[in-house]
Write a protein that binds this ligand. Structure first.
Ligand SMILES: Cc1cc2nc3c(=O)[nH]c(=O)nc-3n(C[C@H](O)[C@H](O)[C@H](O)COP(=O)(O)O)c2cc1C
Length: 156
């Protein structure tokens, strides 16, 4: 399967998780591309004012995995702005993951992930897997990453 992992990551946490998922998918024989989403004004919270500098084309992929950080209890505005500009996911497998600083998913992760899942559904694809990695939860972080790798690394 041709898989695109679409990532918004400013400080590298989400990217690190994406690379772990990528390694698992590649080891299973998939052709995987890591696709970065970025903006000139990454700190802008008004989605309408975000100026994307990297907005990958996703047409060629059989499966799309989306990873982004939580920003203010929401999906990062940069990922929101990017997804506003892409077309249908019909016929593609999708999956979603978030990273967040706070130690528990109810501290923004669940809400942000829900937004990302809803966007996928609105574009015609029900995600096969989701994950949240709470970065500050040092005791559990590796376990949470492993769980995300397990769930998103098996598109079946
Ligand atoms: C403006 C801003 C808002 C944030 N809001 C939240 C939040 O509501 N909840 C949370 O747990 N982490 C929050 N964070 C922390 C990031 O979600 C966390 O550090 C994430 O792992 C960063 O991912 P990255 O390294 O891929 O950019 C925020 C960070 C920034 C810069």
């Amino acid at each position: 399967m041709k898989i695109g992992i679409v990532v918004h990551s400013q400080t590298g946490n989400t990217l690190a998780v994406a690379k772990r998922i990528m390694a698992k998918l590649s080891a299973s024989g998939h052709t995987v591309s890591l696709l970065r989403v970025s903006a000139i004004n990454d700190d802008e919270s008004d989605i309408g004012k975000i100026r994307l500098s990297e907005k990958p084309d996703i047409g060629e992929y059989d499966a799309l995995l989306f990873g982004a950080p939580v920003r203010g209890f929401s999906l990062s505005p940069v990922m929101q702005a990017y997804l506003n500009g892409v077309g249908s996911f019909k016929g593609k497998k999708t999956a979603c993951f978030m990273t967040q600083a706070f130690p528990f998913p109810w501290m923004g992760g669940n809400r942000a992930l829900g937004q990302l899942v809803e966007i996928c559904r609105s574009k015609g694809a029900d995600p096969y897997g989701t994950g949240i990695v709470n970065w500050a939860n040092a005791a559990k972080r590796e376990e949470l990453i492993e769980s995300a790798v397990e769930k998103l690394g098996n598109p079946a």
